[in-house]
Design a protein. Sequence first.
Lengths: 176, 208
Amino acid sequence: MYYFFIIFLANFIFCNNWTIDTSYSFINYEGSHPFHTWNGETNDIDFNINCEKEECQMSVSTKLESFDSNNDSRDSNMLYYTESLLFPFVEIKTEFFKFNGQFNQTISTIGKLTFHGISIDLPLNIKLIEVNEDYWGECHFDIKLTEFKVERPILLMMKISDTIKISTKLKLIRNE
Amino acid sequence: MTPILKILIIILLNISFCKSSLTNQLTLSDTLPKNMPILKKIIWGNNGVFRKSFINPESRMKELKIRRNMLQLHQRLALLTMGTLAYQYHTGNEMVNNPQKYNELKNLHMKLGYISFTTYMGAAGLSIFAPPGMKYTQKKLTSNKIHRYLAFIHFTGMAIQPWLGYQTSVAGIEGRFDDREKLLKMHETVGGITLTSYFLAFITTLFK
């Protein structure tokens, strides 16, 4: 009985009410260059949400290495410029926000984005959507490479754009 | 097993099932991609040719910086080569279509050949001998793989074009006109294939 209680307690402490289905969830970045734009995507996402009553704090992180832009040379280049050997993860952690389990609403909060060893607070608008009993969370924002002290890669003697567009769509699963 | 140890194991198990990410301490050799191309393995693998020589930077970070610089130079030389090749192709066509211009353009065409061959081989060497990147995909068809497949075509073309050009010229000087016609046709065809595959390889660098 005592052990069951410990297991239950440990589960309660370390697990969340919401998880994500990584086969449908993604984080996408879009980079641009005077000659073309490209996208890199990952499904290898670590998601966490901690709620105390209706106050929730969420964190999403991924390995930079897991982004695939369909061009390994470009991915290698991205990993070099972001110094992924030193800073292998990118993470965003929100401040506490109100969430009462209701979907089809937009939540505005601040997220601390940690990338390339630098943390910057960003305003976030998280869209919560319910479609046919599927729950989705969507968020779009831009980052500037120079703000994170990432040297801009050069292709054909021209630097890529400083702005990188980030799109995230997570399929949320409620743990009963 | 003491109860405290049991509790500790249970908690550890819970953490490992709830948190999928684990932080690994990577060694230098861990950062070498396992699936790098065979040529890179021979040159830069754990027991590669360069690893045992003074060329080995002995630091993956330094190695990646060297790779970045080599590939930047590869791009610049490749652009210069493309311009030179296009101009050389144009002068070659002029020599065929306007025989009266043959003697006027012959030297220029040859000199352009020396330049394009040198810059081409320089660019190819920078790409071939650059240290391995951080990631190599398992996918069979990506823009970068098309870039590499096309390189096999234009590399072959670039390797045989100087010989074909020389043989065409010699056949003309020696009065072997049938041979000259055949060689000229081959020189023209190989030149067209080489330039086209080279241009397509350039275009693949701009694919999404």
